[in-house]
Every structure is written in structure tokens, then in C-alpha cells.
Design a protein around this ligand. Structure first.
Ligand SMILES: Nc1ncnc2c1ncn2[C@@H]1O[C@H](COP(=O)(O)OP(=O)(O)O)[C@@H](O)[C@H]1O
Ligand SMILES: [Mg+2]
Length: 314
């Protein structure tokens, strides 16, 4: 793999700093600054938008002998959209699973307003988890339940609200994603894009501060994907939600991100505002931005020596 020299690029428009590191060099500087410029609009009393809500520090995870993520350090600013991009298999979903506490890292910390979730057990994690909603890659709706029942699920599980109130909240959430009136249909009776929207309505059912999205536009046609992008932006603005979105679609990242974090080779190789990525001359970033097959992002991801591997077959 081609090595990338450490360097900084400062854009004129936004004074956003991108630091690109050599992924093979563990001594490379890891950017830990907030990238999106803070705004002064306060939410939630004295917690201003733009201030860090999540800090990931020195995160490392191995699966067997393979280190999938290493030295991952970044901050997520409150009520902004942070997009994590990278090639398929680079560890995006793994990072998301770590951030919601489904996986424990081998090293590092994940702090929500200063509290480290990596050392918490399930009981301690429960109140933290109530602060976020998750839209999984495949929508993960229950096929045996109606749309309304799917959206109601977190409310039934985590609140003592009576069923009439829950039905009202379900209507409000479905209205936000443009699907009020579809309560009684089953997932099999609606399109892929609608399923994503139902998943989104369910993710915001408990009025979360943070919503995690794993590949929200995967498998959708370009128009429906654009609708989902618009919906994410709309919801985060309307509801002051902090969004963390994993995608491999650069066009979607450009559309929705306040801040982009790029993973490659298990490390963060660049982070900054979309504009800084658009202007970057780095071959790795250009390959991603332009969606080219040829470039420094390798096709071959096999870890072991090929000949050795063949000889070990018995
Ligand atoms: N539970 C697991 N056990 C072993 N390997 C895993 C596990 N989860 C993910 N991996 C491996 O970690 C790498 C990153 O996976 P993933 O985070 O799903 O990538 P992405 O979401 O970027 O496509 C892949 O090589 C994948 O095979
Ligand atoms: Mg994934």
C-alpha cells in the first residue's frame, strides 16, 4: 500500500484542519480537535451546539489476531452530523457497534459527556443507551409486527406510557418521516425506502439526543437515497439531534456532513469539513471522492501470505 506523508491542509473558507497520517506509522499525530466550528445556539440549558458530546480516545479492537481498528481518536460535536466514511470492510460498522456499547474495545475510551462507556456493564449502559437511537444497516424491522407496532416498540419497552399516548407518539414520529397513515401495514407491504423511514421513526421514538445510522442509503435507488439524506438533515435540524452516520457513499457524505472522518487501514487518515475533502489532492481521498477503481485503496485485503496459506491446506 502506498504510504501517505503526514501533513496538514488548511482551507481558506472554513479554517478547517485536515490531518492526513501515514497509517503505517503509529507515531503519526492523531487529530483530536473539533472540526465543525462551534456555533453559539444553545440547546438543553447550557450545552451549546458544536460542543463535544462524544469523545473517542485511542480506541483499538482486534478480532482474533487481526487489529481492525487502532488509535481511533475523535470528537463528535453536539447537534452536528458526523459522517464516518471508508471502503467496505474497513471497520465502520465495528466503530458504530463500539460507540453504542455492543462491542467492548481492547483499548481506549468512549466518553459520553465525560462518562466512559467501555467500562460500564449492561445496567450502567442502559440509561446511556436511552440517549440514542440506532438505524441499522438492514432496517431491522420485525416482519410479524405492523409499522405502528415497530415504531412503538422502544416506547413499550422503555416507558410506562399508556397505549393511547403511545399511539399518538407513533403518529407524530411517522408524520416526521412522511408516513402517517401507514401504521397498519406490515414491513413486507412497503418499499425499501419506506422501511428505512419506519426504522428512522423507531430510532427517534424516545426523542434521542444522538442518532446512529449504519449505511442508511445502502440498497436504495439514488432518488430514494437522496430522500433519506434529506430526511436525516431535516430531522437533525428540527429536533437538534446529533447524528453519527456510517456510509461509503461520498456524495451522501458531502450532502449531510458537518464533519467527515475517513477510515483506512484501521486508522483515521483524514478528518475535516466536506469542503476540505473536496479540495484535497491526496490520492486516497481523491479515489474515494471520485469513486475510482484504481488508486491506493487496495482491492486485495487478504491478510496472510498467499503461498503459505495455500501450503497450509490439508
Ligand atoms: N464479530 C466479528 N468477528 C470477526 N471479524 C469481524 C467481526 N465483525 C467484523 N469483523 C471484521 O472486521 C472488519 C471490519 O468489518 P466492518 O466493521 O463490518 O466493516 P465495514 O462496516 O467498514 O464494511 C471486516 O474484515 C470484518 O470481517
Ligand atoms: Mg458496515
Amino acid at each position: 500500500m502506498m504510504s501517505i506523508a503526514s501533513r496538514c491542509v488548511e482551507t481558506e473558507s472554513s479554517h478547517v484542519l485536515i490531518m492526513i497520517m501515514n497509517p503505517n506509522n503509529p507515531r503519526s499525530p492523531i487529530p483530536s480537535e473539533h472540526i465543525a466550528p462551534p456555533t453559539s445556539a444553545p440547546i438543553d440549558g447550557n450545552r451549546p451546539c458544536g460542543e463535544s458530546i462524544i469523545t473517542v480516545a485511542g480506541l483499538m479492537i482486534k478480532f482474533g489476531p487481526r487489529t481492525v481498528l487502532n488509535s481511533i481518536t475523535f470528537s463528535v460535536p453536539r447537534c452536528k452530523t458526523t459522517v464516518i466514511i471508508g471502503a467496505s470492510g474497513c471497520g465502520k460498522s465495528t466503530l458504530l457497534k463500539l460507540m453504542v456499547g455492543y462491542l467492548k474495545p481492547d483499548a481506549g475510551q468512549i466518553l459520553y459527556d465525560g462518562a466512559d462507556i467501555t467500562t460500564m456493564d449492561d445496567d450502567q449502559l442502559d440509561p446511556v443507551r436511552k440517549r440514542f437511537g440506532i438505524l441499522f444497516q438492514n432496517g431491522a424491522l420485525f416482519n410479524s409486527m405492523t409499522v405502528g407496532e415497530n415504531v412503538a416498540l422502544p416506547l413499550v419497552e422503555h416507558t410506562n406510557l399508556d397505549s393511547k399516548i403511545i399511539r399518538m407518539i407513533v403518529k407524530m414520529k411517522l408524520e416526521l418521516v412522511g408516513l402517517r397513515g401507514f401504521e397498519d401495514l406490515k414491513p413486507a407491504q412497503i418499499s425499501g425506502g419506506m422501511k428505512k423511514r419506519v426504522g428512522l421513526a423507531r430510532a427517534i421514538a424516545l426523542d434521542p439526543e444522538i442518532v446512529y445510522y449504519d449505511e442508511p442509503s445502502a440498497g436504495l435507488d439514488p432518488i430514494t437515497a437522496a430522500v433519506i439524506d434529506d430526511l436525516m438533515v431535516d430531522l437533525s435540524h428540527k429536533l437538534n439531534i446529533t447524528s453519527v452516520v456510517v456510509t461509503h457513499h461520498m456524495d451522501s457524505a458531502f450532502k449531510i456532513a458537518d464533519n467527515i472522518i475517513m477510515l483506512h487501514g484501521g486508522r483515521i487518515i483524514a478528518q475535516g469539513a466536506p469542503d476540505a475533502f473536496r479540495r484535497s489532492a491526496d490520492p486516497l481521498i481523491r479515489q474515494f471522492v471520485e469513486g475510482l477503481a484504481d488508486g491506493p485503496v487496495p482491492f486485495q485485503m487478504s491478510a496472510d501470505d498467499y503461498i503459505q496459506d495455500l501450503l497450509q491446506v490439508n
